[in-house]
Design a protein around this ligand. Structure first.
Ligand code: MSP
Length: 518
């Protein structure tokens, strides 16, 4: 059995409702997953929720609920949200699930036995908000700490620490020898810069029960729970272990029940994450895996952050984009299209309502929507919906775009792929304007030319449906059904020219993206 392409998202904290940033990350991952499947690869796409730790405990408290009841309620909302986005995730991990907790404990037991942890009393500063220890180095010039840390208190505490320091040079060498491990390049350089200019501190992996109880109990000391990041990162292997991934199971030596089918998932092909959690994924996680004796993920792919109207999104100021409201008004595909098309994977983005509406109008309604609607309407009107004989005038344009799109999808350059695909949308719309089928229809002597034009247009619509299927799946299913095709546009191989057969009768055209002039 070949190893599936294994792709993950960050798992979100359940301390509120999902926003644009969460939605963006999941949609990009979904498009990559769908594209790989379309290209014939088996894919395993994992997403889920990070439910332990101080942030969640505090949010539950503020809501007057126990953390578990609070998480259960929100987990239902987040899972419904994943469906709204039309994600094709193969599993959904919750870090409070027994399958995950047992595995984390098995790993902790193993690493403890291997001497990877030690106890130490720490005296210094602590940010409860960020759940992190701070040192003198973190102070600003005026002696204060960055407001993002919230209240910073002085504490003295005995904890368990994981030996990171010893692996610093190994990690630098690894990053240098494997340029594609962290992408884009400027994020890789950021990690290398950090590692070369700072001495790594060991990582505190426990929190005393007296201070925080919402976490996975340390299996070797009942007075502590596990630090939330040590728990959360393990989700990427706890799910494979539970599905019977022998490579991962061998490491944990855990007695995990309910093994379903044997599968090989680890190492992940892509961890898709935001820039703020790069250190956890590119420094802590590789060293944790090394200590476990597991291979590293093939790639950590890092995206930027969305702002709204040039400012940080924040619930307190009301400056947020609510994906649910956008989807209710404009449809899920308009939302999926916009976030992928607007922002490349890497830089920060800026949401404006005007920008969203303008792409909707220009690219979806007037571009793709108009092309499909007029192509199929004319075929219906002039030829009763019956596809004429094959004709290859636009075939070279289509073939060029198909090849470009495939190469870009294989590099996870989704924005580039949409730009390539729109070359074909624009070419076909231009072809309508140049060939003027509505004029040809008035002249019986031009009947054959009209047949040719109508074939080229309908076939281009079909090819576009195949190319766009990973991005806007529902719309492309509609295009296929309006073309009267009963199969699905989800196989990239179907993008080769000539799929529409002469004599085939199409279905009924209907607008894909209604204009919203008001
Ligand atoms: N729970 C941790 C991740 C653990 S992964 C083992 C966490 N959760 S989070 O809810 O704060 O963020 C989840 C993801 O959403 C992160 O990748 C983060 O970068 C992303 N985003 C949160 N806000 C964002 C924007 N405004 N824009 C784009 N992505 C953003 O961190």
């Amino acid at each position: 059995m070949s190893k599936p392409f294994y792709i993950t998202t960050a798992i979100d904290y359940v301390n509120g409702q999902p926003h644009l940033g969460h939605a963006y990350e999941k949609i990009i991952t979904d498009v990559i997953a769908r594209a790989r499947r379309s290209l014939g690869q088996e894919v395993f796409f994992l997403t889920g929720l990070d439910e332990h730790g101080q942030k969640v405990q505090q949010a539950a408290q503020a809501d007057g609920k126990t953390p578990q009841v609070y998480c259960d309620g929100l987990a239902a909302d987040w899972q419904a949200f994943a469906q709204k986005l039309e994600l094709t995730n193969n599993d959904f991990v919750r870090t409070t699930s027994t399958r995950h907790k047992e595995f984390v404990q098995a790993i902790l037991t193993k690493l403890h036995a291997a001497g990877e942890f030690y106890q130490k009393t720490y005296e210094g500063f602590y940010s409860a908000k960020e759940e992190t220890f701070l040192t003198e180095k973190d102070r600003r010039l005026d002696g204060t700490f960055d407001p993002s840390y919230g209240e910073v208190v002085k504490i003295q505490e005995n904890n368990y620490w994981f030996k990171l320091k010893a692996h610093q040079q190994w990690l630098i060498d690894y990053l240098e020898a494997n340029p594609s491990f962290v992408q884009p390049d400027y994020r890789r350089n950021e990690v290398l810069g950090f590692l070369k200019n700072n001495e790594l501190e060991d990582l505190c992996i426990s929190r005393p029960l007296a201070r925080l109880n919402w976490g996975i109990p340390l299996p070797f000391d009942k007075d502590y729970v596990t630090y939330v990041w040590f728990d959360a990162l393990v989700n990427y292997i706890s799910v494979p272990a539970n599905l019977g991934d022998a490579g991962v199971l061998a490491v944990s030596q855990s007695a995990i029940s309910n093994r379903q089918s044997a599968i090989q998932l680890w190492p992940a092909d892509v961890h898709f994450i935001g820039k703020d959690i790069l250190k956890f994924h590119a420094v802590y996680w590789p060293i944790m895996l090394k200590a476990m004796g597991l291979p590293l993920p093939k790639q950590i792919l890092v995206h930027g952050w969305w702002q709204k109207d040039g400012a940080k999104m924040s619930k307190s100021t009301g400056n947020v984009v609510d994906p649910v409201a956008i989807i209710a008004e404009w449809g899920v595909d308009a939302f999926r299209f916009y976030v992928v098309r607007e922002l490349a994977i890497g830089p920060d983005g800026n949401w404006t309502d005007a920008g969203f509406k303008s792409r909707y109008q220009a690219e979806l309604a007037n571009g793709l929507g108009n092309l499909v609607n007029r192509s199929l309407s004319m075929l219906k009107r002039y030829r009763n919906g019956v596809v004429p004989a094959r004709h290859d005038e636009l075939a070279p344009d289509a073939a060029k775009v198909v090849a470009e799109t495939q190469a870009l999808l294989e590099q996870s350059d989704l924005q580039g792929a949409l730009q390539a695909i729109w070359q074909l949308v624009n070419r076909a719309n231009q072809y309508v304007d140049q060939t003027k089928p509505f004029s040809l229809a008035k002249d019986p002597a031009q009947a054959q030319r009209l047949d040719e034009v109508l074939y080229n247009l309908a076939e281009t619509c079909r090819v576009l449906a195949v190319l766009l299927c990973p991005f806007i799946p529902s719309t492309t299913t509609k295009i296929y059904s309006q073309l009267g095709l009963t199969d699905s546009p989800d196989k990239f191989s179907a993008a080769s020219w000539g799929g529409l057969q002469a004599g085939h009768t199409i279905g009924d055209p209907a607008p894909l993206f209604p204009r919203k002039d008001a």
